[in-house]
Design a binder for this molecule. Structure first.
Ligand code: FES
Length: 105
């Protein structure tokens, strides 16, 4: 299968340490994070209950849930603090002609 690219924003849209929520057509919301100059895309809804991770905190390489304080690793999606146990889904990112794109199969 060939990869599809879903454009999100210009490559300079987010500074390191910033994140933003996007609602790509036909997909669940994603949170895009700039961690140390690299972009990472994760599903925006916390795997514990109902919360938008983009409304929480982005601390070092961790996303902190605004509802119960669970955490996930930005680079892997892994749950790193209870009550979160299940990882956030992640997508590879490609920069195509200066645009940050999700890579989906
Ligand atoms: Fe995120 Fe509970 S909803 S930790």
């Amino acid at each position: 299968t060939s990869a599809q690219y879903v454009p999100l924003c210009p490559a300079d849209a987010l500074a390191p340490g910033e994140m933003s929520r996007f609602d790509p057509e036909g997909m669940d919301p994603i949170v895009l994070c700039n961690y140390q100059g690299d972009y990472y895309a994760l599903e925006d809804e916390c795997t514990h209950a109902i919360a938008s991770m983009a409304e929480g905190e982005f601390v070092e390489d961790q996303l902190v849930c605004p509802v119960h304080g669970g955490r996930f690793c930005v680079t892997t999606g892994a749950a790193t603090k209870l009550p979160c146990r299940q990882a956030l889904k992640t997508w590879p990112i490609s920069i195509v002609d200066g645009v940050v794109c999700l890579q989906i199969d």
